[in-house]
Design a protein around this ligand. Sequence first.
Ligand code: NAD
Length: 434
Amino acid sequence: MDKPLSIAPATGRLGVLTPGLGAVASTFIAGVIAARNGLAVPIGSVTQMAHIRLGQRDEDRNPLIRDFVPLAGLDDLVFGGWDPISANVLEAARTCGVLEERDLAPLSAELEGIVAMDAVFDQRWVKKLDGARVKPATSKWDQAQALVEDIERFRSENDCERLVMVWCGSTEAYQEPSAVHASVESFETGLRSGDENISPSQIYAYAALVSDVPFANGAPNLAVDLPCMLELAALRGVPIAGKDFKTGQTLMKTLLAPGLKARMLGLRGWYSTNILGNRDGEVLDDPENFKTKEVSKLGVLDTILQPEAYPDLYGNIDHVVRINYYPPRGDNKEGWDNIDIFGWLGYPMQLKVNFLCRDSILAAPIVLDLALFLDLSARAGQSGVQEWLSFYLKAPQAATEAGPEHDLFIQQTKLKNTLREWMGEKPVTHSEAG
Ligand SMILES: NC(=O)c1ccc[n+]([C@@H]2O[C@H](COP(=O)([O-])OP(=O)(O)OC[C@H]3O[C@@H](n4cnc5c(N)ncnc54)[C@H](O)[C@@H]3O)[C@@H](O)[C@H]2O)c1
């Protein structure tokens, strides 16, 4: 056994704050409340359902992760959030139509009691939405201070020992980092002068970090993946993770591509298209917002397939991603993938994947796991980018120049070995010896 990290116990209540109370956030909150009332099993959640092997295979030690590491329990979670449109979580859940009334009815009083705080919102970043419940657009600095006050009020009113924040808001318009994002000093100057390159999600991220609240970004826009936020996270000693929940088509891509590569099969093209009819689909119907998503989705294949190391197999790939807004489909997205592969002597083959998925059903357990694991990181004294949480993210933030890892199975190994190491157990290498 190696020496375990000293991890503070998960005593008291953990507040989970989500900027954005839409389909994902309401499905997450409803699911946790249903699970703790014994009405549902938290399917898809690694923190709740997965076991972890310890030691050699024949030692037969295989506890549940939640029995192995000191995680906050579902009973200790309290929920809050901001939204410019949804009034409360019940209304959000009914509007997005992910969960059926028979599942919502037993939870309705509790969901209705989670009332959205007024959002920091600016239509310049999400043209398709018209926000009504918004904080006054005085200065960006005042908006950040108002969020800090919301966070502290929530903390004391709900008697929370600790908080975490997970961005579940709409995808913002595409942007490149600019001078205002270079340092904490330039960002704070920009907040005061109302720099137009500072988006709402960045104001939430700033407010979270100065309040010592770990932050995960579930959308592909820039939020904590900026030099100023890395500096602030290091200064305050706060863990962060981003970005873009890995669900649906990208989840399938990061399952299939490592398999093709493991067997040294070539890839000539991957055409992915989606139809989707929820509010997220409507926001992504705007080219500027779609661009943010497209960049996040396109990065995956190159990193997994390493075309520079395997030019014969992966040196010439056409990778196309489309999302089409189609209202009748609601949250029940349909993704099609046409994958052109080739094998021995270059003979071509095709794979067709038609995934009739439910976006928020796949995303909800990710929000839960990110919240619980980020809280664990904070109690374990970790700060900055938590690469071991890449498992959950489509465009993972990397802690070093080496860049992100996209292969789901490498990500899973990294996640589990990190937990083993923190608890003083040996990493599992799956070598012939063990
Ligand atoms: N569902 C998935 O599988 C999935 C996967 C990856 C990423 N995401 C991302 O997660 C986010 C949430 O997805 P969703 O399906 O719940 O979308 P949604 O449209 O149902 O919910 C987003 C909510 O954010 C609110 N919002 C917008 N700007 C805000 C702001 N400045 N402050 C607070 N709230 C704000 C909107 O009013 C809306 O209610 C989106 O960015 C989406 O791209 C979702």
